[in-house]
Design a protein around this ligand. Sequence first.
Ligand SMILES: Cc1ncc(COP(=O)(O)O)c(C=O)c1O
Length: 407
Amino acid sequence: MSDITAKMNSVFRSLDGGLFSTVTKADVGEGAGNLIEKGVDILAWADPFFPDPSIPESVKKVMIEAIEEGFPSHYSMPIGAKPLREAIAERVLARTGLDLDPSRNVIVTPGSDSGLLYAMMPFLEAGDEVMVIDPSYPNNFLDPQILNASVVAVPLDRENNYAFDIAEFEKRVTDRTKMVVITHPNNPTTTVFRRENLEELSRFIIAHDLILVCDQAFEDHIFDDIEFVSPCTLKGMWERTVTVCSISKGLGLSGFRIGYIYAHEKIMDKYYAAAVNVLGAAATITSIGAVAAIKETEYLDYLTGCHKKRRNLAYSVFSKIPKVKLRPSESGILTWLDVSELGTGDEIASYLLKEANVLVNDGSIYGEMGKGHIRIVTSVFKDDTKAQKVFTSIAEALRKKASGDDM
Ligand SMILES: Cc1ncc(COP(=O)(O)O)c(C=O)c1O
């Protein structure tokens, strides 16, 4: 047969396995699996408490009962089980005041990674340009390209706490621009975009008649009383915003593979129409578990407390390292370190793997502006003492690097 890759579309032809093809610094895939087998601590997956068990007892009980009854051997509806869509609508109402119709405005996705691609799918085609904030989640850069659109990175400035600078958007907008993609709170920086800043962005989006895809995978744990605003609630934004969410990060149930999208019914109709082709359906057993988990609002508060404690611990350990700059994280389970005085992100991630036996992320996978940074997932392990030990060994290794003793 002729070269099989020559038969592929140009986007897939140019893919080379990406994160799955690098072994030592792999974010996901075989490389990380091999490192786990060698006893390396993985602080590179945004997976709360990895690798320790963390299903709440009440959720476990509901799922075990469901298995004993036997129903989970069957499909859920492709748009999501109704009780789950109802629980999601209640959750969104409590947070945003938006009164969603579970049968018109909500769709369940098998995790929000597929949800993010699906969110973009009805809108993008060849020739379209998508503005993606930089740094942000790597999928934001690849997903539009998979749909044949091109990506225009819009830099966020560390000195400005990675807020949107609308002048940077204005400079790059063209008559081909169709969409803006944001991760809010941002991954990797943990920035929670403030109301005024989101309002500025909305004005830009409305003025240029664009679509907003807003990934809120990290919305559940916001620290220091910072207000969290869903941009779809701002004036003029509901009809042009697709909001993508997940229970992976907030409820610490990444293995359940449950995400969801909410949007105006005119947009949702398209998602419903193609659901069975693209999404199939989320797993029935974890859909049942997700309903129980979403209803456990006290559990969510407990988790916010755990993540905040880790945030504080990480900041107290990492902020004492010479030549390393960081801010206290504003949300979630991550910390973002500027290590540019010590080396590239890639060099420092490789160095930490060797010196401290930990896998962290090279910041350059989050865009050009991520160069010279590393991302560390701080809410790994259940046990705070173990976390402290690993953070300390990272800090010692970086201190050694900063003093030149690593030569
Ligand atoms: C910003 C962001 N969005 C979406 C996802 C995907 O999460 P999931 O597919 O588990 O819902 C991740 C996972 O790391 C993420 O960091």
